[in-house]
Design a protein around this ligand. Structure first.
Ligand SMILES: [Zn+2]
Length: 145
């Protein structure tokens, strides 16, 4: 057993460059299209799961990401809003994929991050956080039962 392990390790070390070159060639040339599709799917899944995790931590029972202000459900138009700004406790200055990965692998307090659509996020930014839009969860609770 130990010898097998040792052999594998020695083999890996001796062929490391060769294997990295193969992976690079695989990703960049021969299977570039497959790799790009795979990368896109992985990005999409991280994004969906990160938005869903934020909602869940904020107390929502909805499984699909939704804008917390207007209720828009088109994931292509949803983004992460730092409720009280970009501090180290909510991923710091990370953006896009790096921020989604951070959300998936770290803990954060409820109502420090939220899911907003780009419109509501823009309105919030332009009104310096003083937008008069209703909170969708409150709105839904009060009007839809
Ligand atoms: Zn919205």
């Amino acid at each position: 057993m130990t010898n097998d392990k040792e052999y594998s390790r020695t083999y890996y070390i001796e062929h490391r460059e060769e294997r990295l070159a193969y992976a690079k060639r695989y990703q960049q040339t021969e299977h570039r299209d497959d790799y790009l599709v795979y990368q896109k799917q992985r990005y999409k899944k991280s994004r969906h799961d990160a938005l869903a995790k934020i909602q869940s931590i904020n107390g929502s029972k909805l499984e699909e990401p939704v804008c917390a202000h207007c209720g828009l459900m088109n994931i292509e138009a949803l983004t992460i809003d730092h409720i009280n700004g970009r501090t180290d406790k909510v991923g710091g200055v990370r953006r896009a994929y790096s921020l989604y990965r951070w959300v998936l692998h770290n803990d954060f307090k409820p109502n420090t991050l939220q899911v907003l659509c780009f419109n509501c996020n823009g309105i919030k930014n332009r009104s310096h956080g003083n937008s008069k839009l209703p909170n969708y969860y409150e709105y839904a609770k009060n009007t839809l039962g």
